[in-house]
Design a binder for this molecule. Structure first.
Ligand SMILES: C[S@@+](CC[C@H](N)C(=O)[O-])C[C@H]1O[C@@H](n2cnc3c(N)ncnc32)[C@H](O)[C@@H]1O
Length: 227
């Protein structure tokens, strides 16, 4: 939608970046019908200083799909601030921490993340490589964490292996023993004011914000604070 809106206004070069080559292919397939220059790069966001050479200025750096919340905010915003120029834009979205009371909000988030569909989503890469879903248990907690902008919440997720299992990845075999624990990635849940506070703290200027009608999702367009 964004690309289609931008294409009549400017010449675009689309650059899809992900650590998963499958996701990069998916991104390129999605825009196959759009007439523009395209590049797919398998890389880490942490490679941003190297990735910059693949984009032309000005850039709109997009972190969408609640991706912003998958990184440590201080590291992420510091890195982005050092890599973006003043005429670049930064577009990202966030699923917000639900309105208080706090105990109810936490339960609400945990309920969603512990749903069978989400558990299946989390273990799927291992199941596709041979793990029997009944041989592991999924745990998730939403824990308070003190940040430079006050208390935020972050998921803590792990898998407990219940029975010795062997996974296959290409020619490799991976043995998991009963009792093993596999840590999984996290997601932060911020309040609306924390997200804006972080932007300001790290030298970004908010250009426009869009809040979903239920108040749960925030989309923000920002740029570097002019000097
Ligand atoms: C929350 S999903 C977002 C997916 C996509 N933006 C969407 O909206 O469908 C997170 C994506 O980030 C990728 N990823 C995880 N860690 C990464 C990293 N350090 N650098 C680049 N991509 C990463 C994952 O492979 C996954 O595709």
């Amino acid at each position: 939608m964004l690309l289609e809106a931008l294409i009549p206004r400017c010449q675009l070069h689309y650059c899809a970046v992900d650590i998963s080559s499958q996701m990069v292919d998916e991104a390129l397939n999605t825009v196959a019908d759009i007439d523009m220059e395209k590049t797919g790069i398998v890389a880490f966001l942490e490679d941003l200083p190297l990735l910059r050479q693949f984009w032309s200025q000005p850039a709109v750096l997009c972190l969408l799909g609640n991706n912003f919340c998958n990184y440590e905010p201080d590291y992420l915003l510091k890195t982005l601030h050092s890599q973006l120029e003043c005429d670049d834009l930064f577009l990202f979205d966030c699923h917000l921490f639900p309105a208080p009371p706090e105990s109810v909000s936490r339960k609400q988030v945990e309920q969603i993340y512990r749903s069978p569909l989400n558990v299946r989503f989390n273990i799927d890469p291992l199941v596709r490589r041979g793990l029997d879903p009944d041989n592991c248990a999924f745990y998730l907690e939403l824990l308070p964490t003190e940040t430079s902008l006050g208390r935020a919440y972050r998921t803590s997720k792990w898998l407990h292996i219940l029975k010795d299992s062997t996974l296959s990845s290409g020619p490799d075999k991976i043995s998991l023993a009963a009792g093993d624990t596999i840590g999984l990635g996290f997601t932060y849940k911020y309040t609306d004011s924390q997200v804006e506070g972080y932007l300001k703290h790290y030298g970004f200027h908010k250009i426009e914000r869009f809040l979903s009608s239920d108040g749960n999702n925030l989309l923000l367009l920002a740029c570097k604070q002019p000097a």
